[in-house]
Design a protein around this ligand. Structure first.
Ligand SMILES: *[C@@H]1O[C@H](CO)[C@@H](O)[C@H](O)[C@H]1NC(C)=O
Ligand SMILES: *[C@@H]1O[C@H](CO)[C@@H](O)[C@H](O)[C@H]1NC(C)=O
Length: 353
């Protein structure tokens, strides 16, 4: 009997070892899955409010006195009826082809479609006289351009974002959410709006969070931020400027924290700084894509809320894929696939951040 007993004991010990091994490996795999698919960050970001001050009080006089340049072009009736989601696309004067691609694709959806979104472009004043008059013609033809009186330049991008937010607070008070994005981003407004319809809190700031980024202190860097503009060694967590969402209430709180300028040139960082001051913590959304483009396929465009770095042709193709007739089934791990197999950046292409 003794050998059998020993054998059984050995088996039990091994079985315990194997089962703990199995447990360890499966938890590691689960962790890997959660982190690659972005769900881990989604969970972690839910704890951020603990580290934030309470939301600031609103002061209407402060909002009225923000020294932003006056509007030159303002699409008067664009917001009636008001959309659920107002998309503010930061665009440069020379990017007419990109604006047209957006107009012909996802930007063609309006307040009255099921996405209940409205897309407007935010620009400043081009240097060249021809470009100035071309922009006025474009605004007359399409009625979708917001323009404020400052020089359109990379260093003034923050001013562009602030301008867009201020316009929304003044002229589009019925909108519930604002999305700040760039003119090379494809937005699945239908999927995004469906998500936003479920969000009922008043102060919201959603996007892809950049955590613990050291302040850019190299003066050669086009993102350079001086000590005077931001004293900390690390920026607070902020949502990537490729696409972030603010509820209208949050935009109001953020704007009243905006100083009198000058502002740091990196607009997304500055939005994060304002949000911290206003006591509004960002929330990570896995379906908002990271920098480089996601795989060019219909399941990815269907699943993700945003896809970065599309050429005008890519934009049209993505739109066609999204609107294809027929079977729309996508495999279970689509989000993981789309986020993991991103394509490298196009050389020569400059993302905003
Ligand atoms: C726009 O700014 C320029 C220069 O800063 C100024 O000369 C011009 O009068 C301004 N235009 C409007 C309509 O405010
Ligand atoms: C930003 O805009 C202001 C107002 O038009 C202008 O004075 C300034 O030169 C611009 N900054 C850059 C870097 O273009």
């Amino acid at each position: 009997m003794r050998p059998i007993g020993a054998c059984l004991r050995l088996f039990c010990i091994h079985r315990r070892r194997w089962s703990s091994m199995f447990l360890l490996i499966s938890s590691l795999l689960l962790l890997l899955f959660l982190s690659l698919s972005g769900y881990l960050e989604e969970c972690l970001s839910r704890a951020l409010p603990i580290f934030y001050p309470n939301p600031s009080q609103l002061s209407s006089s402060r909002l009225a006195s923000i020294p932003l340049p006056p509007f030159l072009l303002s699409p008067a009736n664009a917001c009636s009826p008001p959309p659920l989601l107002l998309v503010l696309v930061s665009s440069a004067p020379s990017n007419r082809a990109r604006r047209d691609a957006i107009r012909q694709t996802w930007g063609s959806l309006s307040s009255t479609t099921s996405s209940s979104s409205l897309t407007l472009f935010v620009l400043a004043v081009p240097d060249k006289t021809e470009e100035r008059s071309a922009l006025v013609h474009e605004a007359v033809a399409h009625g979708d351009i917001i323009q404020a009186n400052f020089t359109d330049s990379y260093r003034n991008l923050t001013l562009k974002t602030l301008t867009g937010l201020l316009w929304a607070l003044k002229k589009c008070q019925g909108a519930r959410f604002l999305l700040k994005t760039d003119d090379d981003v494809f937005i699945n407004t239908l999927a995004l709006s469906a998500f936003l319809k479920e969000q009922h809190q008043e102060l919201q700031y959603f996007g892809r969070i950049n955590w613990h980024v050291p302040a850019f202190r190299n003066p050669e860097n086009r993102h350079y931020v001086s000590h005077e503009l931001y004293a900390g060694d690390y920026f607070p967590p902020y949502c990537s400027g490729i696409g972030y969402i603010l509820s209208l209430g949050a935009a109001r709180h953020l704007l009243q924290e905006a100083g009198n300028g000058p502002w740091p040139a990196v607009e997304d960082v500055y939005t994060g700084i304002l949000a911290k001051a206003a006591g509004i913590a960002p929330r990570h959304i896995a379906k908002i894509s990271d920098g480089p483009s996601i795989p060019h396929n219909s399941c990815c465009y269907r699943t993700m809320f945003t896809s970065h770095q599309l050429t005008p042709r890519g934009m049209q193709e993505a739109w066609n894929m999204l609107n294809e007739e027929g079977d729309h089934w996508c495999p279970p791990l689509t989000l993981l696939f789309c986020r993991t197999f991103r394509q490298p950046l196009d050389p020569g292409e400059n993302g905003a951040s």
